[in-house]
Design a protein around this ligand. Structure first.
Ligand code: FCB
Length: 421
C-alpha cells in the first residue's frame, strides 16, 4: 500500500559547503587535508563537486528529481577570510546560488556552520576559543541580513555533539584533539554560540525559522537483560543524543564527568529540530575498556552493512529517534539520511524503508515536515575522502561527470508523488 505525506512536505537533498564547493583554501580543513595520514588514501577535496563555479549544474539535477527543497551550507572562511574582513564577491555568489534555487522552485535551508572554521578562528583555538561565540553570531547576523530576501530557513550548527566528539575527543576530525577538557570547553562554547547565533539571525530577520541539525543515533544495550549494558546504553544515549538539546530547553548543560553548566541564554532557541539519522549504536559494558567509558560497540552478526562497514542499515532507529525527539514539541525535519553504497544495491530499499518509518511517525502525530536525503551527488566525505559514495548521482571527481544511480529515479518518483509508490 502506498504512503502519502502531508501537503507541503519538503523533499530535498542535503550537502555541505566544504564537501561540494571546492578550493576552500581559507578553511581549517584545507590545511588539515595536507597533513599526512589525516584523510584515507591521502585524498584531497580539490575541486570537490565544483559548486563554487557551477552549483547550478546540480541544481538542474534537483529539478530532475522533482525536489521542492534543498539543504546546503555556507563556508564562513569564504565570507570572512580574516577577522572582520568581508568578501563581497563571495556573498554575491551565495546570493546567486539562492536565486538559482528559488528560480527552480526549490526552497533553500541553509546551514551557517557545517564542521569547518576559518583558519583565523582555528588558530585561536577553534571551538575551545571563547571568542568563537560572538564571532559566529556576528558572522551569522551579517550574512542573514544580506540573504534575508531569499532565505528564511536556517540551521546554526550541524551536528554539534557528534562533530565535537570527532574533533576534540577522538581526534578524527580537525583539529584532531583527544582531550576531555578541550571537548567540554568546546561543547559549552557551542551551546553559547548556537544561542547567540539564533538571536543574531532573528534580529536580522524576525520571521526566520532557526534550528540545529542534531545527529541522532539511538544507543541500545547489546544484552537487553544485562543491567550494566542497559545502564551504559542509557548514559551514552543521553550524552550523544539529548544532552545538547536538553540544554537548549532547560538552560543547563549536564555533561560528562559530572559537569553542570548554567547557560540561561540557550533556553528556547529552537524554532524547529533537524534530525540527521544514519544508524544506531549497540553497546556492551566491558571492564577492560576504561578508556572508552567501559563501552564496547558491537554489530549484530546478521545485520545489513553499508560500504566499508560504515553503518548498519537500521530503519527502526529513525522511528525511535523521531518518537523520542517529539518531546521537544518542535516541528521536525529529517535533515540528513543516507548511506555509502557505490553500487546502489541497498539504497533503493534503504530510502523506502526509512520513508515508511517517517510515514508511520507522521501518522502517530509526530510533526515531521520534510526529508533531505544525504546526498545529491558523491562528495568529499571528511576523513574518508572520496572513499564513501553517498550520492543519488555518482561523481567522477577527475572529470566531474555525474551518472544517475538507480535510486535517483526512485527518489524522483517519490518527490513527484509526495509519497511512496
Ligand atoms: C554527517 C555529516 C555530513 C556527512 C554525512 C555522511 O554526519 O553531517 O557532512 O559527512 O554524515
Amino acid at each position: 500500500m502506498g504512503i502519502g505525506f502531508p501537503d507541503g512536505f519538503r523533499w530535498g537533498t542535503a550537502t555541505s559547503a566544504y564537501q561540494v564547493e571546492g578550493d576552500n583554501t581559507a578553511s581549517d580543513w584545507w590545511l588539515w587535508e595536507q597533513q599526512p595520514g589525516r584523510i584515507r588514501g591521502g585524498d584531497r577535496s580539490g575541486l570537490a563537486c565544483d559548486w563554487w563555479r557551477s552549483a547550478e549544474r546540480d541544481f538542474d539535477l534537483m529539478v530532475a528529481l522533482h525536489q521542492n527543497a534543498a539543504r546546503l551550507s555556507v563556508e564562513w572562511s569564504r565570507l570572512e577570510p580574516r577577522p572582520g574582513q568581508w568578501d563581497q564577491a563571495a556573498e554575491e555568489r551565495y546570493l546567486e546560488m539562492f536565486r538559482g534555487l528559488r528560480a527552480r522552485g526549490i526552497e533553500p535551508l541553509v546551514t551557517l556552520n557545517h564542521f569547518t572554521l576559518p583558519r583565523w578562528v582555528a588558530e585561536r583555538g577553534g571551538w575551545t576559543w571563547k571568542g568563537i561565540v560572538p564571532a559566529l553570531a556576528a558572522f551569522a547576523g551579517r550574512f542573514v541580513r544580506a540573504a534575508a530576501v531569499l532565505v528564511d530557513f536556517w540551521i546554526t550548527i550541524n551536528e554539534p555533539v557528534g562533530h565535537l566528539i570527532g574533533a576534540y575527543l577522538l581526534g578524527q576530525l580537525a583539529p584532531g584533539r583527544t582531550s576531555l577538557a578541550a571537548f567540554i570547553r568546546a561543547l559549552v562554547h557551542s551551546v553559547r554560540a548556537h544561542a547567540a547565533a539564533y538571536r543574531a539571525v532573528h534580529q536580522a530577520q524576525p520571521e526566520a525559522r532557526v534550528g540545529v541539525a542534531a545527529y541522532l543515533r539511538p544507543v541500545q544495550p547489546v544484552r537487553a537483560d544485562s543491567p550494566l549494558d542497559r545502564w551504559l546504553a542509557a548514559r551514552m544515549d543521553r550524552l550523544v543524543n539529548w544532552m545538547y538539546l536538553d540544554a537548549l530547553r532547560t538552560g543547563w548543560l549536564v555533561g560528562p564527568a559530572g559537569i553542570r553548566v548554567r547557560i540561561p541564554e540557550a533556553v528556547g532557541t529552537l524554532d524547529f529540530l533537524g534530525v540527521n539519522y544514519y544508524t544506531r549504536t549497540l553497546l556492551a559494558f566491558d571492564l577492560r575498556r576504561p578508556r572508552t567509558l567501559f563501552a564496547r560497540p558491537e554489530t549484530p552478526f546478521d545485520s545489513e552493512m553499508s560500504d566499508a562497514d560504515y553503518s548498519e542499515v537500521y530503519p527502526d532507529g529513525l522511528l525511535l529517534a523521531l518518537r523520542q525527539a517529539r518531546r521537544y514539541g518542535l516541528p521536525m525535519y529529517v535533515t540528513e539520511n543516507g548511506l555509502p553504497d557505490a553500487d546502489d544495491d541497498l539504497r533503493p530499499r534503504f530510502i523506502v524503508d526509512h520513508l515508511r518509518r517517517i510515514g508511520q511517525a507522521v501518522q502517530e502525530g509526530c510533526p515531521v515536515l520534510g526529508y533531505y536525503h544525504w546526498s545529491l551527488v558523491d562528495n568529499f566525505e571528511w576523513a574518508e575522502g572520496w572513499n564513501l559514495r553517498f550520492g543519488l548521482y555518482a561523481l567522477d571527481p577527475a572529470t566531474q561527470v555525474r551518472t544517475a544511480r538507480p535510486s535517483a529515479a526512485l527518489y524522483a518518483e517519490i518527490c513527484r508523488q509526495n509519497g511512496l509508490p
